[in-house]
Design a protein around this ligand. Structure first.
Ligand code: GLU
Length: 396
């Protein structure tokens, strides 16, 4: 059967363009026309990639490390990923349980392609990062959404997941700290989730993209829990931790047969992750880690600033994020008037009239909110929040 658009395959018609990437593209297009846009849309660190990492890439070029590598990544990098994960979280992965991918997103894509058959159910907490829904749909799976409560800081519990499992459940996706809410699943709750999943014979895909950006708790990986490895699929990323979004290096940690299945797919799709970026990634993971702490200190300063400024705007409520670099304020008070029924309409008007880019809550399955990224400089945040406040006051 063919998709809704003439000639386009059904599986492509089942997905949309990533809303986060779309907002970034819209803001960039306006900027290219000379418009002064404050971009608080896509979650992309404004910091440059640390110098030692860039130098490793320069060395790779000078040494002509510019050819194909093994499909699953170089043995050196797979080893470095396992060692860094062991150092940071106390886990024990072997290189055959590790695949290097073109960003964390591609590890998530690989996991869903390797494990989801048509009709399989995947439990996804709401609000969710935009890509989870679409990669599950692309695999022919069925998304089963679990609503979390803003009043509880969008906290996810094992009991909430249990209430949504069925005989067709195959996987649950947990993202801690979460994009867009900044919520965290703590060790005790993760233990319950992993126990539940192992009893029911389903996988937990744990997306650790923001695992080093935590404000009130120590870095934690569910993979350090005793006996958890058979149940867990870890998706990791260097993009946020080391300000390396454009380099496209992420990884998956999982039982070796799953890694082998993903490697087969990778050998026919991307061939291998970029060779130069892989050398840089070895340095990122094994070299000095001070830049990680320095960026975290700055994110904390920005979080406090943004939450304070948002809470000062009449009608806005805002949960304080415990990790990652997004706030997800409730803007219900601004909806239902002035032609703005949805946050998509509100975000569209904000960009068109106030020249500030944010992502509408509907993209994350949770309308009535906007996602604001504070991976932007204090000066940009200040300007953006002024514009947001003036816009909301004008239309209140
Ligand atoms: N993950 C970031 C975000 O949510 C970057 C864009 C993307 O990959 O979706 O904005």
């Amino acid at each position: 059967m063919r998709g809704a658009v003439e000639g386009i395959a059904e599986r492509i018609s089942s997905i949309g363009v990533s809303s986060t990437m779309q907002v970034a593209a819209d803001a960039a297009a306006l900027r290219a026309r000379g418009v002064d846009v404050v971009d608080l849309g896509a979650g992309e660190p404004d910091f440059p990639t640390p110098g030692n990492i860039k130098q490793a890439a320069v060395r790779a070029l000078e040494e002509n490390f510019t050819k194909y590598t093994a499909a699953a990544g170089t043995p050196e990098l797979r080893q470095a990923v396992c060692e860094a994960h062991a150092r940071d979280f106390g886990t024990a992965y072997k290189p055959e349980e590790c695949i290097v991918t073109a960003g964390g997103k591609h590890a998530i894509f690989g996991f869903t392609q390797a494990l989801i058959d048509p009709g399989d159910e995947v439990v996804i907490p709401v609000p969710y990062w935009v890509t989870y829904r679409d990669v599950v749909n692309y695999a022919g799976g069925r998304c089963v959404f679990v609503e979390t409560e803003e009043a509880n800081g969008f906290a996810l519990t094992a009991a909430m997941i249990a209430a949504h499992l069925s005989g067709r459940s195959r996987m649950v996706i947990v993202n801690s700290p979460a994009n867009p809410s900044g919520a965290i699943v703590d060790r005790g709750e993760f233990e319950k989730i992993v126990r539940l999943a192992s009893e029911r014979g389903i996988y937990v895909l744990t997306d650790e993209c923001y695992c080093h950006i935590l404000y009130d708790s120590a870095p934690f990986s569910a993979a350090s829990l005793p006996g958890a490895k058979d149940t867990l699929l870890v998706a990791g990323s260097l993009s946020k931790t080391y300000a390396m979004t454009g380099w496209r290096i992420g990884f998956g940690l999982a039982p070796a047969p799953i890694v082998a299945a993903m490697t087969k797919l990778q050998s026919h799709s991307t061939s291998n992750p970029n060779s130069i970026a892989q050398k840089a990634a070895v340095e990122a993971l094994s070299g000095p880690q001070d830049s990680v702490a320095a960026m975290l200190a700055e994110y904390r300063r920005r979080r406090d600033f943004v939450v304070r400024r948002l809470r000062a705007i009449p009608g806005i409520t805002c949960v304080e994020p415990r990790g990652a670099f997004y706030v997800f304020p409730n803007v219900s008070a601004a909806l239902g008037k002035n032609g703005m029924e949805t946050t998509a309409q509100l975000a569209g008007r904000l960009l068109a009239e106030a020249r500030v880019a944010v992502v509408p809550g509907e993209a994350f399955g949770a309308g009535r909110r906007l996602r604001i990224s504070y991976a932007a400089s204090m000066a940009e945040l200040d300007r953006g929040l002024d514009r947001l406040r003036d816009f909301l006051v004008k239309y209140s």
